[in-house]
Write a protein that binds this ligand. Structure first.
Ligand code: ATP
Length: 615
């Protein structure tokens, strides 16, 4: 395969080796050294027992039969049955111990992965598909899990037995053993050759699983859109293309395996032929006993076990290696928005926000802001208006440090955002936007998300301030009503009020309203406006609105066009200026003209969201 890419970028990095995978797994395993020591003791005992059983065969053939030692036969029976019973008990302990070590490693890995994902910046999530990320945390970790639980134990036992037996065989007959071992490099070479190809195919399989998961995620969340455009057929074809890629890659794996296994079997038979022919020759010459040959053939099987098993579990191992690569791609990606090591806690702020010569572009595309200056005074309502795509939401994202500007600086009360810790910054910012995210859970849980320490009374007070108590009380289970996918469906306005209650409970110093009332009908808007008035009271507020009716009370309004401020002032001042703001205003309130009282009441309600968005 051509090498993997650093996640979400074009940069190529070396593919992870299977050895690297085992080393990393072992680094975690080391932490559970007690369980590890017990398993190693069990495995050593298993190897010794596996070694002892063929010795009993040899003793029977070489000594007991020729000596007609009837009285010793029961010892052989006890020896074999005792060894078998011990093998069973030791097998039980080593299997369960190694499996639990493995599961613990995966538990840590999955949690590390989740923690790492949470620490990534917003740009990372812009770049990567949700379904693909989900598939890495679930499917790829599962594959690794399968390998650890089913194959690791086998491999480790085999390696122990291999070493013990190879040493014994070299001691008994080094020449015969070396001849035998000559087949091993061929097996390793074949395994490597096929392994590489299989891994490439498995990587395709896993990528296609991620594609399928991504498609499903999009299609299921967008099912209304698909139906409204009657695009079912089109989506079905797109889905089939993705599953076809999965099928092709799987068939390729099966073909490789079908060719690989007979080759390994053939090499195993060469080993058997060597032992039989050369051993018989030695026996006929009187240099070796028949019992030793029989024991040698039994050892040969044990010696070849690692390779034979490896060929069987190679599927799982290569699949795990491909999954491991995909996991490492995430773990190896670093967030760009990070805290400096010497970052300080941002103290309780008044909320004066200053953009000083800020340059910003998403993904090194053409810039959204360039040498951009803006000051939001503490305790005031500042509004941003302007055409779609002019950069209003970008300004909000930069304040919350979802992205870092490429040039210039942004500060709050004189603290550069890059010099303060992220939680201390974001704790003081509340964002209420048009895209409301409520989690599956009760209304109580959703409001309490604003402050996980809040008491029930605090939650009730926040709901009261957000004008949400009436509709909450109308549900039979009140605050315990489940919302989200498994619960009741809330209207846009109800969701909005819950999100406002959540922000009120958070009690941040700075509030950002991004299109917060854009999609509401008149009646909801009335409720929301009252709730918002509660939320904005006494805080530093940035209000982004398409509806000019919602921002006339702002202390200062900035009109933004293509990332530049073209006008600023109060509503009245801007109307007098008779520039871009007035133009936007007249588009929204044609009949009221430039009357200053317009829009506070009915005029604003006549304009639809679509019209407003089009501005
Ligand atoms: N995550 C992103 N990745 C890349 N480009 C983006 C991203 N978000 C916004 N942009 C681009 O940045 C520019 C400014 O977008 P922004 O969302 O700030 O505008 P806006 O004024 O808030 O628009 P609207 O009123 O339509 O919401 C647009 O050209 C947009 O395409």
């Amino acid at each position: 395969m051509g090498g993997m890419r650093r996640f979400g970028t074009g940069e190529k990095v070396k593919p992870a080796s299977i050895f690297g995978m085992f080393v990393r797994i072992f680094a975690h395993v080391r932490l559970q050294w007690k369980a590890l020591v017990v398993s190693i003791v069990c495995l050593t005992a298993i190897s010794l027992l596996q070694f002892a059983i063929p010795q009993l065969t040899r003793i029977t053939i070489d000594h007991i039969i020729p000596d007609q030692a009837y009285s010793k036969l029961y010892l052989i029976a006890i020896g074999i049955l005792g060894s078998a019973a011990l093998l069973g008990v030791l097998g039980y302990f080593s299997t369960s111990l190694i499996a639990s070590i493995g599961q613990k490693v995966l538990y840590d890995l999955r949690n590390d992965l989740y923690r790492h994902l949470q620490s990534m910046d917003v740009a990372f999530f812009d770049r990567n598909r949700t379904g693909d990320l989900m598939s890495r945390v679930t499917n790829d970790v599962n594959i690794l899990q399968q390998m650890i639980s089913s194959s690791m134990m086998q491999l480790v036992t085999d390696l122990f037995t291999f070493t013990a037996i190879a040493l014994y065989m070299l001691w008994i007959d080094w020449l015969l053993t070396l001849l035998l071992l000559a087949t091993f490099p061929c097996m390793l070479f074949t395994t490597r050759l096929f392994g590489k190809r299989m891994r490439a195919s498995f990587r395709t399989v896993q990528e296609s699983v991620a594609d399928v998961s991504d498609h499903l995620q999009n299609a299921l969340t967008g099912i209304r859109l698909i139906k409204s455009f009657t695009a079912e057929q089109y989506e079905e074809e797109r889905f089939a293309k993705r599953t076809q890629r999965n099928m092709d890659a799987n068939i390729q794996v099966v073909r490789l395996r079908a060719a690989y296994e007979p080759i390994i079997d053939f090499l195993n038979f060469i080993g058997l032929a060597i032992v039989l022919v050369f051993g018989a020759w030695l026996a006929m010459k009187g240099h070796m006993t028949v019992g030793t040959i029989v024991a040698f053939t039994a050892y040969l099987r044990l010696l070849q076990n690692p390779i034979r098993h490896f060929s069987r579990i190679m599927n799982t191992i290569q699949q795990a290696a491909a999954g491991y690569e995909r996991i490492m791609e995430i773990l190896g990606t670093k967030a760009e928005v990070v805290e400096k090591p010497d970052a300080v806690r941002l103290p309780q702020v008044d909320g004066r926000i200053v953009f000083d010569k800020v340059d910003f572009a998403y993904n090194n595309d053409s810039g959204v802001l360039s040498t951009f200056d803006l000051t939001l005074e503490a305790g005031q309502i500042t509004a941003l208006v302007g055409s779609s795509g002019s950069g209003k939401s970008t300004i909000a994202h930069l304040i919350a440090r979802f992205y870092d500007p490429q040039g210039g600086s942004i500060s709050i009360d004189g603290f550069d955002l890059k010099a303060v810790t992220l939680p201390s910054l974001r704790e003081q910012i509340g964002i209420v936007s048009q895209d409301i995210i409520l989690f599956n859970g009760s209304i109580m849980d959703n409001i309490r998300y604003g402050n996980l320490e809040a008491s029930d009374e605090d939650v009730h007070a926040a709901a009261e301030a957000a004008n949400a108590t009436d509709f909450i009380a109308s549900f039979p289970q009140g605050y315990e009503t489940m919302i989200g996918e498994r619960g009741v469906k809330l209207s846009g306005g109800q969701k909005q009020r819950i999100s406002i209650a959540r922000a009120i409970l958070k009690n941040p110093r700075i509030i950002i309203l991004d299109e917060a009332t854009a999609s509401l009908d008149t009646e909801s808007e009335q409720h929301i406006q009252e709730a918002l008035a509660q939320l904005l009271k006494g805080r530093t507020c940035l209000v982004i609105a398409h509806r000019l009716s919602t921002i006339q009370q702002a202390d200062c309004i900035y009109v933004l066009e293509q990332g530049q401020i073209v006008e600023s002032g109060s509503h009245a001042e801007l109307l007098q200026l008779a520039g871009r703001y007035k133009q936007l205003y007249e588009l929204q309130f044609p009949r009221k003209g430039n009357s200053e009282s317009a829009g506070t009441g009915t005029a604003g309600k006549k304009i639809s969201h679509r019209e407003a968005k089009a501005l």
